[in-house]
Design a protein around this ligand. Structure first.
Ligand SMILES: Cc1ncc(COP(=O)(O)O)c(C=O)c1O
Length: 517
C-alpha cells in the first residue's frame, strides 16, 4: 500500500531548490559568517541574502529578521525576551489556551515568576475573537501573544484587525505565524505587529532553523535568551548555521513565488476531502471552512482514536491525542473547543502539501471511511454495506496475539438480534480510557455458551480482548467464565503493562455474570 503523506503542518519535505542551494555551504564553503576573511565574508553574504529572502515573504526589512533554531526558540525569545526586558513586576499578558506548546510553556514559566496572564478561550470554530482580546486588556498589559493560524485546526485569528488596535493602546503584539507563512499573505510593512515567529521546515525548508521578526520602528526591545558572542544584533548568540539559513531563504523565496498557486491547490484538496468525509454520518469538522487552506481537522464519533490510526497504516496524518496507554492526553486544542475526551481522541488532522493529488485525497478518504465503518461495526453499530475493511500492517508493533485477534475481530463482533432467547448480556467500561466492552452469550439448553458476540469501543488491545473472550466462552458454563483469572488473559494476549486496563475491563465484564441460576 502506498503511503499518503497528509501531515504537512507537522513538517514538509525539503524543496529540491532549497536542497540544491544548501549543498555548497555544507562542504566547500565552510567559512564562519562572523570571520573577517574571504571565506567568512562569502558566508556572511549568503546569510544576508537569505535574510532578505525571509524578510521579503513577510513584508519586513532584512535588519528586522533574526535567525534562530526554529519557531520554538523564536517564540521563547519573543515572549521571555520582551517581558524580561520590560520587567515582570505588575506585568500582564494576554494569550490563548489554543497556542502552540512552546508559547504555553514560555508563558507558564513567566507566570511562575509573577507574570499575570489572561488565558482566552476560542469560539466554536477555534478562533480567538478580537473583542475577547480587547476586553482582556488592562493598563498593565504588556503583551498580547496570539498565533495567526492554529496548527491543529487551521483557524485564523484576527491578527490583522488587532494589530493597529494594540499599537494604539501601546501593547506589544507577538504573533506565531508558523502556519500562516507561505499560505496567507503577510505584510508587516502594513500590519503593525511587533514580533513574529516563523519556521523553515513548515514551508519546504530544512528543520532546525527559524526566524524572529523584531520590529525596528518603533523598536521592540528584547533581553537575549542565549548569551555569547553577540551574534544577531546581540539578541541571539551562536555561530550562524549558513547551510540551514541559506535553505530557509530559498524556501521562503519559493513560498513567495508559489503562494497563490499553493493556497489554491490546498483549498481545493481540503474541500474535496471534506466533501467525501462528511458523507459519513456523525463526523464533525473542528475549525471552519474559513480556515487556512492547508488544514482539515475531523472528529469521528463512535470509534476510538488509537484503533482508527492502527487501521490506517499507510496514511501519514496527525491525531487528536498523544496517547499511549490508559492515561490518554486528548488534544488541549480540541478540548478547548468543547470536544469531549473520546471525540478529541478520535480526531484526525489532515494537512496538505504541494505534491498531494486528487487521487491521493480520494484514496485517503476511502481508507478513512472504511476504517470508521469497520470500527463502528465492531462496536455493534449496524452500518450496512461498506464495512469490508480489515486492519492492514501492524506498523505500531502490537504483540502478535493482539494483532491477530484485532485483525479477526469481525468474526465475532456485533450483536444478536433483539429478543434472541437465552441471551446473557454483559457490559464494562473504563472511563479514563473512554473504552467500553460488551459481550453477549447465547446459552444452550445445557447451560453452556453456544454462541458469543462482542462489541468494543476501544484501542486494538481492547478490541482484541473482546475478540479473545468471545472465542474463549464457547462451550463454557457461566460459572467457569466467572472464575477466569485476568492473568490468563494477559498471558494469552501478551498484553503489555501499559494496556493492563484492557485486560481488567475483560475481567470486570465476566464478574458481572450472575452467580445464581
Ligand atoms: C504554530 C506553531 N508554532 C510553533 C511551532 C514550533 O516550530 P519549530 O518546529 O520550528 O520549533 C510549530 C510546529 O510544531 C507550530 O505549528
Amino acid at each position: 500500500m502506498n503511503a499518503i503523506y497528509l501531515d504537512h503542518a507537522a513538517t514538509t519535505p525539503l524543496a529540491p531548490e532549497a536542497y540544491a542551494a544548501m549543498q555548497p555551504w555544507l562542504q566547500e564553503q565552510y567559512g564562519n559568517p562572523a570571520s573577517d576573511h574571504a571565506y567568512g565574508r562569502r558566508a556572511k553574504q549568503a546569510v544576508e541574502r537569505a535574510r532578505a529572502q525571509v524578510a521579503a515573504l513577510l513584508g519586513a526589512t532584512a535588519e528586522e529578521i533574526l535567525f534562530t533554531s526554529g519557531a520554538t526558540e523564536s517564540n521563547n525569545l519573543a515572549i521571555k525576551g520582551a517581558l524580561e526586558f520590560r520587567g515582570l513586576e505588575d506585568a500582564h499578558l494576554v494569550t490563548a489556551r489554543t497556542e502552540h506548546k512552546c508559547v504555553l510553556d514560555s508563558v507558564r514559566y513567566l507566570e511562575s515568576r509573577g507574570l499575570r496572564v489572561t488565558w482566552l478561550k476560542p469560539d466554536a470554530s477555534g478562533v480567538i475573537p478580537a473583542e475577547a482580546v480587547l476586553a482582556a486588556l488592562t493598563p498593565a498589559t504588556a503583551m498580547v501573544s496570539l498565533m495567526w493560524v492554529n496548527n491543529e485546526l487551521g483557524s485564523v485569528n484576527p491578527v490583522q484587525q488587532l494589530a493597529p488596535l494594540l499599537r494604539e493602546r501601546g501593547v506589544l503584539f507577538h504573533v506565531d505565524a508558523v502556519q500562516a507563512a507561505g499560505k496567507l499573505p503577510i505584510n508587516l510593512a502594513e500590519t503593525p505587529i511587533d514580533l513574529l515567529s516563523v519556521s523553515a521546515h513548515k514551508i519546504y525548508g530544512p528543520k532546525g532553523v527559524g526566524a524572529l521578526f523584531v520590529r525596528k520602528r518603533p523598536r521592540a526591545r528584547l533581553s537575549p535568551q542565549m548569551h555569547g558572542g553577540g551574534h544577531e544584533q546581540g539578541m541571539r548568540s551562536g555561530t550562524l548555521a549558513t547551510h540551514q539559513i541559506v535553505g530557509m531563504g530559498e524556501a521562503f523565496r519559493l513560498a513567495g513565488e508559489r503562494q497563490t498557486a499553493d493556497a489554491a491547490l490546498y483549498a481545493a484538496l481540503r474541500d474535496r476531502l471534506w466533501a467525501r468525509l462528511s458523507a459519513l454520518p456523525r463526523v464533525l469538522r473542528n475549525g471552519s471552512a474559513e480556515g487556512a487552506p492547508h488544514i482539515l481537522n475531523v472528529s469521528f464519533a463512535g470509534v476510538e482514536g488509537e484503533a482508527l490510526r492502527a487501521m490506517l497504516p499507510a496514511l501519514m496524518v496527525s491525531s487528536g491525542s498523544a496517547c499511549s496507554s490508559a492515561t490518554r492526553e486528548p488534544s488541549y486544542v480540541l478540548r478547548a473547543l468543547g470536544r469531549d475526551d473520546a471525540l478529541a481522541n478520535a480526531s484526525l488532522r489532515f494537512s496538505l502539501g504541494r505534491a498531494n493529488s486528487e487521487a491521493e485525497i480520494d484514496q485517503a478518504a476511502a481508507q478513512v471511511i472504511e476504517a470508521v465503518l469497520w470500527l463502528r461495526e465492531i462496536n455493534g453499530e449496524p452500518v450496512g454495506e461498506g464495512a469490508a475493511a480489515v486492519p492492514g500492517d501492524n506498523v505500531y508493533d502490537y504483540p502478535p496475539a493482539i494483532w491477530q485477534h484485532f485483525s479477526s475481530a469481525g468474526e465475532h463482533a456485533g450483536c444478536f438480534p433483539a429478543g434472541t432467547p437465552g441471551l446473557l448480556s454483559l457490559r464494562a467500561e473504563n472511563r479514563a480510557a473512554a473504552s467500553t466492552l460488551g459481550l453477549q452469550l447465547r446459552l444452550g439448553e445445557d447451560g453452556r455458551v453456544e454462541e458469543a458476540r462482542f462489541q468494543a469501543l476501544g484501542c486494538p488491545v481492547g478490541i482484541a480482548v473482546g475478540s479473545w473472550l468471545a472465542r474463549q466462552t464457547l462451550g463454557q458454563t457461566p460459572a467457569a467464565l466467572r472464575a477466569l483469572d485476568v492473568r490468563q488473559l494477559r498471558v494469552a494476549l501478551e498484553i503489555p503493562e501499559d494496556k493492563l486496563h484492557c485486560a481488567l475491563m475483560g475481567e470486570d465484564l465476566l464478574r458481572q455474570i450472575p452467580t445464581g441460576p
